[in-house]
Ligand binder design. Sequence first.
Ligand code: PLP
Length: 384
Amino acid sequence: MWEKQILLLPGPTQVPPKVMRAMAAQQINHRGPEAKEMLYEVTEGIKKVFQTTNDVFILTASGTGGMEAAVSNIICPGDKVLVASNGSFGERFVKICRAFGADVEVLEYQWGEPINPDDIAYHLEQDKKHQIKAVFFQHNETSTGVLNDVKAISEARGNHPALLVVDAISGLAAADLQVDNWGIDIAICGSQKAFMIPPGLAALSVSERAWELVERATASRFYFDLRLAKKFFEKGQTPFTPALSLLFGLKESLKIILEEGLENSFKRHEMYKNMVWAAAEALDLEMLAPREAASPAVSAIKVPPEIGADDIVNKLLNDFNVVIAEGQGKLNGKIIRIGHLGYVDGLDLLAGLSALEITLYRLGHDVTIGAGVKAAEEVLRRGG
Ligand SMILES: Cc1ncc(COP(=O)(O)O)c(C=O)c1O
């Protein structure tokens, strides 16, 4: 097996060599002065990416740990919550909320559709007694390649006091997310997406309004207790031993992200999305998401009926060392997903699209070799 792969997954993503070198450093005392300086530096960096002055806590956990931390820290068993679910990660929020005893109202969408902010407005308006404590949803629904309109959903909340809890694990740094301007109470991110470091870190931003619930929540919590995280942060520490090597990597990756600038990063990811959409159109492939809600981080393409999704994925790996993802849950076998976030460039994507064209041809699908790549190249030439 070749070491070289073109990793086009919606996470884990490719890791820049600078970040890998940083992660190879010797361990340090996690309660010493160097760790304190690093923790404060990376926390400030994440705040910039979240576009917030709210408290931010870094957890040693995968993204789901961040989701669990958000739920367990604001819920009292029996509390009403609203989960807007338009994919596999929306379902995960439903499961976590139920696991912590919440009374969950699910606003369910077809997988591939975006959340309609009017539905949120309607549900919250019906809740005259303000029993709904929080609204949970995804910024970017990775399982379907749909970017939800967080700003519009926040506006739809109106004067209802429910907290907004946004899973921005795969969307952050690829698409705009303005935690403060859009009034997001808890936003969650994960390391193995546009942060370009390996899996194992999650981070949460916590608004003042959210803190009121954190102080009162009675759901079980221990490892993810944010009250403890806050107490230790004041000393420049985390309650438990953090994944130091990942923090070394995060320090470097934040430098890369902030040096590029968020606006430039969003534009770059938009261009990748446009490249995949142009290629798909030229190859007569149908996309799952509607164009106006298409994700800049991951694109979901419907698989032509005569071909198996796993045949495409396996052949891409075996013939070209190109790694893409299959569909999750009920979309398994129906779509393929091309991740284009973080440390990818236009040529990685062109290579992946070229391999996809040839693979479809080899599997007997009627494609004009070169048509998809030409269309994607045109987007790359224009720069967007
Ligand atoms: C939107 C979203 N939420 C949550 C998760 C779960 O993160 P993890 O697999 O790191 O626990 C993912 C991972 O792909 C994701 O994309």
